[in-house]
Design a protein around this ligand. Structure first.
Ligand code: AMP
Length: 150
């Protein structure tokens, strides 16, 4: 049985719903863009977290910023993929949550993002919360409440 099966939404915290760091694909600041693009294409994810060498959260990187970074006047200058690094194309302006934040904190944040990173007070990466996990939990609780009124 899932940990959130019998919990009210107000009792659920991000820790109950997040994907933990060891299951999350990520890239590092100094990886070449080619490596990041390979991870993104092979995994099928639109974006992944960017970490530094001590596993601290630095931002996210997606396929579109990578393609924009190598876009020349008339063509994709794909030779740049091996010269440019992740920190030259990543998005650093990303929100983050902590494990103890509430379900509602998570819901508000994923309105604008398909996933949000979870980090501790020192910015060490703990995992991600996906919009999918929030929606699944909302659906589950909706049916539980419906059932209680039958
Ligand atoms: P999903 O809700 O599974 O469609 O995931 C939404 C987005 O969250 C994906 O496109 C990725 O950007 C990110 N994501 C989900 N799961 C993972 C994972 N295991 N590793 C890295 N990124 C992930």
């Amino acid at each position: 049985m899932s940990a959130t099966q019998d919990k009210k939404l107000t009792d659920i915290v991000i820790d109950d719903l997040m994907i933990s760091s060891e299951k999350v694909a990520h890239v590092q600041l100094h990886n070449p863009l080619e490596h990041a693009l390979l991870i993104l294409v092979k995994s099928g994810y639109s974006a992944v977290p960017v970490l530094d060498s001590s596993f601290k959260l630095k931002g996210t990187i997606g396929k579109t910023p990578i393609l924009n970074a190598v876009l020349g006047l008339e063509r994709f200058e794909t030779e740049k993929l091996s010269d440019m690094r992740v920190d030259e194309a990543m998005n650093t302006d990303v929100p983050s949550l902590s494990r103890s934040d509430s379900f509602m904190d998570g819901l508000k944040t994923v309105i604008n993002y398909p996933f949000v990173c979870v980090a501790d007070e020192d910015n060490h990466f703990d995992g991600i919360l996906t919009r999918r996990a929030i929606l699944k939990q909302l659906k589950r609780n909706y049916y539980t409440v419906e059932h209680e009124h039958e």
